[in-house]
Design a protein around this ligand. Structure first.
Ligand code: IPM
Ligand code: MG
Length: 356
């Protein structure tokens, strides 16, 4: 296999520990599967503000543009809470999405059998949940015009604009349909078409776009109802496709019902290099203590192998190793309970490597 370049962006907080661990897992699977991976580190978020004065420096942008895939930890922390809004650490994430054209965010939400008990919901409601959230990632209110402050008739106001174009909606619906074709064939499009004009366009374009896909069943659901169904009957969902803002909110809700947000990976894909990161944040309160769960990042590395490098067998090897380590009762602090074996971030990674 030719050399594949992976840019690793640890970011802030627990970012360094979890990406170091995942990188070692990638190294191990590469040796066993005869892959040639080359790693390069780059700064983003608060770490970049400290070094460059900006959250997303030019060096990082040119590195990610020239690589095969990006593995990211997490950004942000109280240290940078007071910086001006235009250089907040989160700007690095939004900037990376825009720069790489990462228009589709895939968040698979699965409740693994050994972890069903960790859910805040009743066992029978969560056992077997397997939802894929496909979130539009480079449009909508996140990227529409905004005004931080203006005064109209003596009254201060601020605003953000929700805007979607037909091509933006069409391409995200295609991603959802293609994913659904490999799953249970059901797409739920989530919007607020009873109130928002942009949602009414969304709904119309969804109905048009799905005609290209035979065998995919589409339904529409209002976002408020979806938020409710997610805790009442999450098993009903196969693929959810939705806008940037609704996807942000629903994916956190869906993640938390698994009871183990530290385990969930994500992929952000576009036409160039894709970016992989755990769903959780930078957890500055536990940084540097070996308490972080690296599995979300390790499983993100598996998604990287599958989607960016087309190495399905290597990806499955990682996923199966993770399952085995959990089945043996090893847990990081977040999921530790009496009778199980508590391990550090690094030890968890070493165990996964051992089972690969
Ligand atoms: C996410 C995060 C980001 C978002 C933040 C950090 C900008 O919450 O990836 O879901 O809102 O998209
Ligand atoms: Mg979010």
């Amino acid at each position: 296999m030719s050399v594949k370049k992976i840019v690793v962006i640890p970011g802030d907080g627990i970012g360094t520990e979890i990406t170091d661990t995942a990188q070692r897992v990638l190294d191990t699977v590469a040796k066993k599967s005869n892959l040639n991976l080359e790693f390069q580190n780059a700064f983003a978020g608060g770490a970049a503000i400290d070094v460059y004065g900006v959250p997303l420096p030019e060096e990082t942008l040119s590195a990610v543009r020239a690589c095969d895939a990006v593995l990211l930890g997490a950004v942000g922390g109280p240290k940078w809470d007071k910086v001006s809004p235009d250089i907040r650490p989160e700007k690095a994430i939004l900037g990376l999405r825009k720069a790489l054209g990462l228009y589709a965010n895939l968040r698979p939400i699965r409740v693994s059998e050994v972890l069903t008990d960790y859910s805040p919901l009743k066992n029978e409601i969560v056992a077997g949940v397997d939802v894929l959230i496909v979130r539009e990632l480079t449009g909508g209110i996140y990227f529409g015009d905004k005004c931080e402050s203006e005064t109209v008739n003596g009254v201060e106001q601020a605003w953000d604009r929700e805007i979607y174009t037909v091509p933006e909606i069409t391409r995200i619906v295609r991603v959802a349909c293609e994913a659904a074709a490999k799953r249970r064939g059901q797409v739920t499009s989530v919007d607020k078409a009873n109130v928002l004009a942009s949602s009414r366009l969304w709904r119309r374009v969804v109905d048009q776009a799905v005609k290209e896909y035979a065998g995919i069943e589409v339904s529409h659901m209002y976002v408020d109802n979806c938020a409710m169904q997610m805790v009442l009957a999450p098993k009903k969902f196969d693929v959810i496709v939705t806008s940037n803002l609704f996807g942000d909110i629903l994916s956190d809700e869906a993640a938390v019902i698994t009871g183990s947000i530290g385990m969930l990976p994500s992929a952000s894909i576009g036409d160039g290099p894709s970016l992989y990161e755990p769903i959780h944040g930078s957890a500055p309160d536990i940084a540097g203590q070996g308490l972080a769960n690296p599995i979300g990042t390790i499983l993100s590395a598996a998604m990287l192998l599958r989607f960016s490098l087309n190495e399905e067998a290597a990806a499955t090897r990682i996923e199966q190793a993770v399952d085995q380590v959990l089945a043996q009762g090893y847990r990081t602090a977040d999921l530790y309970r009496d009778g199980l074996t508590k391990v550090s971030t690094e030890e968890m990674g070493r165990l996964v490597e051992k089972y690969i």
